[in-house]
Design a protein around this ligand. Structure first.
Ligand code: 5AD
Ligand code: SF4
Length: 442
């Protein structure tokens, strides 16, 4: 019989979905760490299993129930095993989850996870409240352990844009920006623990705004410049953005701030004005293209990435061709494309759907085009001199792997190097999903 071993209690976390969930899982692990829990990679050894869920598409949400089904035998063997569901499915479905899957002990929404330790002590429950205060302030401070060289930092949460297909405004709530001082304190703390690259996170991160230390309103560009002043921090990235919040000061920061990496994820979703309107995106394809021109004028070597939805209700072949045309015009470094998934509670939910096989065919066509562009962008790196931040040893002896300025994984022979080194590399080779490079003299 499998039993959790003696010693500290073990917590197993499975994270689904976006980078914000990755960050949240880390903060929940720290909160539970203060209660004496240590992380385990082995679910069968855990005293508590926490599933941090995603609700963005139906498939993502259904994964939770198949994983819970697989946990049933473990719970039957060890009734004291605590099972928790966190994240956006928790928010959307609340106690319905426990009704459908009685093996679940607790359900905690993304705005309530600072109360997770108290819930665990109580033995379970459901908490999907939206607190008005900054939940991050109520989490115990992380122990001063060393961190991997690249880290996430949530600066903004929630979304007020209400795109017609999207659950985020309902699961994550209204837009909230964290205050400047708290962001700077967390960034400095990360750097003190060995972090050299920070990715600022938010569902609508470039909509971040806040009061500066000397009063006066700061926009996201100003925040980036303040973070860039931290000694020991070398790279800044951010994700994910809305085209309508690309303010002038942010575009300018892409030109002037060397620590801001030449990489921008800017979802457009569709290239058809009719569909953009039906999606409530509040911009046209032309406005997006002109915005890209301005961003490229500020930072000519920037790599652009995006998100697309195909088969949105009402999408015709002509709309689809407009999307392909926009992709041809921009030339993306990489992009995520999804088949539309109707989500309960969203404005588009009841609209007549595009025939499934048609949507599948469009998705294939779009993905083929995007893969060609991705391959071309990657091959275009060969011969270039880039910086690489080493994140872990590679498969072969003496090899390290890290990320380039453009977020490509790069393998480098570097027997003397250690994790956290930021080196100059000449790219020599492009493979399926990674690059190879050789060290240049420092
Ligand atoms: N169906 C398909 N894709 C969706 N996305 C958001 N909601 C849906 C949906 N209902 C995609 C969008 C968004 C990304 C995070 O997920 O492209 O930018
Ligand atoms: Fe969802 Fe992004 Fe639209 Fe907000 S801006 S509703 S998070 S797709």
């Amino acid at each position: 019989m499998t039993t959790a071993s003696d010693g500290p209690k073990k917590l197993f976390i499975k994270t689904y979905g976006c980078q914000m969930n990755v960050y949240d899982s880390q903060r929940m692990a720290e909160a539970m760490g203060a209660e004496g829990y240590v992380l385990t990679e082995d679910q069968s050894q855990a005293d508590m299993v926490l599933l941090n869920t995603c609700h963005i598409r139906e498939k993502a949400a259904e994964k939770l129930y198949s994983d819970l089904g697989r946990l049933k035998p473990l719970k039957a063997e060890r009734p004291d095993l605590k099972i928790g569901v966190a994240g956006c499915v928790a928010q959307a479905e609340g106690d319905e989850i426990i009704r459908r899957m009685p093996i679940v002990d607790l359900v905690v929404g993304p705005q309530a996870y600072h109360r997770l330790p108290a819930m665990v002590k109580k033995g379970g429950g459901v908490d999907t409240e939206f607190p008005v205060e900054d939940k991050f302030e109520h989490l115990p401070k992380a122990p001063a352990t060393r961190r991997a060289p690249a880290a996430f930092l949530t600066v903004q949460e929630g979304c007020d844009k209400f795109c017609a297909f999207c659950v985020v405004p309902y699961t994550r709530g209204a837009e909230v920006s964290r205050p400047v001082s708290r962001i700077l304190t967390e960034a400095r703390d990360l750097v003190a623990r060995g972090v050299r690259e920070i990715t600022l996170l938010g569902q609508n991160v470039n909509g971040w705004h806040g009061e500066g230390p000397g009063g006066g309103e700061w926009g996201f560009g100003r925040l980036i410049r303040a973070i860039a002043e931290i000694d020991g921090l070398d790279r800044i990235r951010y994700t994910t953005s809305h085209p309508n919040d690309m303010a002038d000061d942010l575009i300018e920061a892409h030109g002037s701030e060397q620590k801001l990496m030449p990489y921008l994820h800017l979802p457009v979703q569709s290239g058809s004005d009719r569909i953009l309107k039906a999606m409530n995106r509040k911009h046209t394809a032309e406005e997006y293209l002109r915005l890209i021109d301005r961003i490229r004028a500020a930072r000519p070597d920037i790599m652009l990435t995006s998100d697309f939805i195909v088969g949105f209700p009402g999408e015709t072949d002509e709309d689809h061709r407009a999307t392909l045309k926009l992709v041809e015009e921009v030339g993306f470094g990489t992009a995520f494309s999804f088949k539309y998934s109707p989500r309960p509670g969203t404005p588009a939910y009841d609209r007549p759907e595009v025939e499934s096989v048609l949507a599948d065919a469009r998705l294939q066509e779009l993905q083929a085009l995007l893969s060609r562009q991705q391959k071309a962008a990657q091959e275009g790196m060969v011969g270039r001199e880039l910086s690489v931040l080493f994140e872990k040893p590679g498969r072969n002896d003496g090899q390290m792997v890290g990320k380039s300025d453009y977020l490509h994984a790069v393998f480098v022979e570097a027997p003397e190097a250690k994790v956290g080194d930021l080196v100059r590399v000449r790219i020599t080779h492009s493979a399926a999903n990674s690059l190879a490079g050789e060290l240049l003299a420092a």
